[in-house]
Design a protein around this ligand. Structure first.
Ligand SMILES: C[S@@+](CC[C@H](N)C(=O)[O-])C[C@H]1O[C@@H](n2cnc3c(N)ncnc32)[C@H](O)[C@@H]1O
Length: 255
């Protein structure tokens, strides 16, 4: 993608999320059949966050993950939620307030491609269901790696491509053809939700994404597939000189 195409993608994605902010949470629940909650809970357990630690939730949207992180780090810790859609952040700010974690959360209007923090700032950098949306995945992974401390973790939870071909076709039938119509029925927005599957088309599969994690300087990288690979969790550690991706407690589909 050249610079102009990247700019256009960013502009388009920005307009999509500005438009769907108010119904984002409800639709997220509907289209994932509520599974995103279990995936996030599993992810949080794997991250093993300690009170007093620090995290940046990149492309935090309406702040579900930001709030989980804030609860885990407690009042002695600090979590930054960063997003370029002010409307998504506004919904997030309300939820952060309601969750009573405002003391340890700072919401920042910013670009995932250029994180406004010095090197080695956070213990964790997370990105949930957003890597597909950014103009350049490798740049964002490089940035997330840059701002975590040595030994810190970069974590992505994202829609993925099931490795078993017949199942992948079935999933695509739902994702590309049925999902936008569900959105049309529930919130009367077809085009914005037709973007969702389109954003997966050129996105790397879980093995390719693990390779991009390693290219960013994360090693080892652990991968867990959910529901046969419709979603994938990647966790990479910065600056551990330990060679290859490891088989982990997380189980399946290790690259
Ligand atoms: C599908 S939502 C995910 C929100 C949240 N992380 C979650 O798990 O529910 C994608 C988010 O990425 C944000 N986003 C996309 N590209 C971005 C960029 N370049 N910089 C910052 N935020 C971006 C959008 O504004 C949107 O809030």
């Amino acid at each position: 993608m050249n610079q102009q195409e990247m700019k256009e993608k960013a502009r388009y994605v920005h307009s999509v999320f500005e438009n769907i902010a108010d119904e984002y949470d409800r639709m997220n629940h509907v289209i994932s059949f509520g599974s995103h909650i279990a995936w996030r809970n599993y992810t949080m357990k794997q991250m093993n966050i300690q009170p007093g630690q620090t995290a940046i939730d990149v492309a935090c949207g309406t702040c579900d993950w930001t709030i989980s992180l804030a609860r885990a780090v407690g009042p002695e810790g600090k979590v930054v939620g960063l997003d370029f859609s002010q409307n998504m952040l506004n919904v997030g700010a309300y939820k952060v307030d309601r969750a009573g974690v405002g003391q340890q959360v700072e919401l920042v209007h910013g670009d995932a491609m250029k994180l406004p923090y010095p090197d080695d700032t956070f213990d964790y950098a997370t990105i949930g269901f957003a890597l597909r949306n950014v103009p350049d995945v490798q740049t964002v992974l490089n940035e997330m790696t840059r701002v975590v401390k040595p030994g810190g973790k970069v974590v992505s939870l994202e829609v993925s491509k099931p490795p078993f071909l017949p199942y992948r076709k079935l999933f695509y039938l739902y994702f590309y053809h049925i999902l936008p119509w569900i959105a049309k029925l529930v919130v009367n927005k077809y085009e914005e939700y037709a973007w969702l599957p389109k954003s997966l088309t050129h996105f790397p599969d879980s093995r390719e994404l693990a390779a991009m994690f390693r290219k960013a300087g994360l090693d080892p990288v652990r991968v867990k597939l959910f529901m046969g690979g419709v979603a994938a969790l990647h966790i990479g550690i910065k600056g551990e000189a330990s060679g290859k991706t490891t088989e982990s407690k997380m189980g399946s589909a290790i690259t």
